[in-house]
Design a protein around this ligand. Sequence first.
Ligand code: SAH
Length: 357
Amino acid sequence: MTSALDLLKRRIAASGPVTVAEFMRIALAEQGTGYYATRDPLGGAGDFITAPEISQMFGELLGLWCVDSWERAGAPDPFLLVELGPGRGTLMADALRAAKVRRPFLSAMRLHLVEISRPLRALQEQRLGAFHPLWHDDLTTLPDGPALIVGNEFLDALPIHQFQMTERGWRERGVDLVNDTLAWTLLPPGPQLALLQAAHKRAKPDEIAEVCPAALSIASTVGARMAEEGIAALFIDYGPADSAVGESLQAVKAHRFCDPLAEIGAADLTGHVDFAAVANAAREAGARTHGALAQATFLETLGIRTRAALLSAKASEADRSAIAQAMTRLIDPRQMGSLFKALAISHPDLQELAGFP
Ligand code: SAH
């Protein structure tokens, strides 16, 4: 069977070095061989763990955020409830359980899941089959209509282009094959340099800037959709609040960082999300944006402390300490509290949304 590494090597041998973005796409998303396409990467026994896998409180609070946003938008019936990159379906299962507080929300919602991974689609079917979800490879096949869209650790998996400053200006970084081994290279200057935004123009030699056209295009699609048909989208991911020069591409396998060129198709690859650029793309498409703000602020404003206290009141002592630990992990600034950000994109008339003080 062809592996992602074979595929990448053949591509480079046939047509020369590839961009970092194409390298990421082949390593992660290529059907049949890519990292996401072939496995369930999540959880303690997997490669990395995400907020909904840490605690049910995360999905529950997001579910209540969805119900609240839907009501602020006049409770449209029907509406689309969309999750981008739902992983094991844990977030949505917790969200829909919490949403039982408003039965009309559940009867009005039509569940749509955007997911490239066949193994993860199978897990999502197990968790969410009772809600009759429809799956999509990307956002282009979603039906029209008002929508609530959520994506946790989705944007960070999208391919990034990297540019490196040299004595003669910016050059795009790529991956080449040297003596049958993968190696970083600089690609010849070309029109792709236009991807770099003005904000990135000043840098010192060797500094690296990143651009994620896939994330910007999704932000623009979601922004236009919100402006025309309404309700709101929520993206939670990690990255700085302001666009910054710097390299963020990282590979993670079995909860440890590894060399991005060493485990092609067998390690997760991510980049930091440029929230300022994502928000800007959504506003340019006509939507209103809220945040990005620290995950800790978002979850605390939504009442994670109250939720933890309620769960603890009914729990055993061991469970109480697990609940406290999980909450700390989600909101402590040294853990996920401050590097992770929440950004909402809404119809321009929705001036306030829960969680965004
Ligand atoms: N949201 C989940 C999973 C995060 S991992 C959680 O928080 O636990 C990233 C998810 O996005 C996986 O489900 C992965 O298969 C999916 N994914 C990655 N790239 C994608 C793409 N280009 N299109 C659609 N889904 C993608």
